[in-house]
Design a protein around this ligand. Structure first.
Ligand code: F6R
Length: 251
């Protein structure tokens, strides 16, 4: 893995297994230091294709090296509106399938934004309160959408936005269409943690893979900071890490 400078930011660039190794090291160190202090590590987690090899590496460490998730509390970034926990395309299911089912996390300690509430505002406020009650997020993992979204904070999302119900951008719906068997099956709304909620994490890592992300990654890292590319708000976070494969970095 090598460090490269993009605008004012330093990015880590490497093969996917190197990126995942480095990110898993961060998670492991956090979990262990908290365990030694008798405390919980609070993880902010993402779904989508980007983190899958990282989750596979965490599962491997659990199985082969005894990394325990017993002292982990986790909060996911977002969830499609209307998809219950039993819907196979829900982010709830995705997280269980790709991580939680394979490690020793306490099911009571994992949260995904509520997708079926008849009062989304109240549910969103409660989600934020639960994060605060856990002591805030220690380590937040992010992917990046084709137009620069983080969580489902689409283009236009404000710096002070909190957990809330959002309308998905057309590009987000098109990107999700194959896994839903067509655009018409993709939910039009979601619940997402806000930009402000994300920026409160003590450490944030954004991971991007593949040439299709190259342009938006560069805009996020070195373009103007603002709601046109919500990921650009990360530039002003004091402990952000950009983890890119060679294709996403364009190197
Ligand atoms: C998912 C999420 C999204 C994804 C982004 C990239 O929980 O918050 O912001 O991280 O859409 O998705 P992939 O990784 O599938 O390219």
């Amino acid at each position: 893995m090598k460090k490269i400078q993009i605008g004012s930011q330093e990015a880590q660039v490497g093969e996917v297994d190197e990126l995942c190794g480095a990110l898993a090291d961060e998670v492991e160190a956090l979990i262990q230091s908290r365990a030694e202090a008798g405390k919980f590590a609070v993880l902010g987690l993402a779904t989508g294709s980007t983190p899958l090899p990282l989750y596979a590496e965490l599962i491997r460490r659990h199985r082969e090296e005894g990394l325990s998730f017993a002292n982990v509390i986790s909060f996911n970034l977002d969830e499609y509106e209307g998809l219950g926990r039993d819907h196979e395309r829900s982010y709830w299911c995705e997280m269980w399938e790709n991580l939680f089912d394979h490690v020793d996390v306490d099911p009571e300690n994992v949260s995904v934004p509520p997708s079926l509430s008849d009062d989304p505002d109240r549910a969103a406020t409660e989600y934020e309160a639960a994060i605060q009650a856990a002591g805030g997020i220690d380590w937040q993992l992010l992917g990046i959408g084709g137009e620069g979204h983080i969580g489902f904070n689409e283009k236009g999302s404000a710096l002070d936005s909190r957990t809330r119900r959002v309308t998905l951008a057309r590009k987000t719906i098109i990107d999700a269409a194959p896994s839903f068997g067509g655009e018409e099956n993709v939910p039009t709304h979601a619940i997402t943690m806000g930009v402000a909620s994300i920026l409160e994490a003590k450490r944030i890592v954004l991971m991007a893979r593949g040439a299709s992300k190259k342009e938006i990654v560069h805009l996020a890292i070195s373009g103007e900071v603002g709601p046109d590319v919500p990921a650009s708000f990360l530039q002003n976070h004091k402990n952000v890490g950009w983890f890119l494969d060679g294709d996403a970095a364009g190197s």
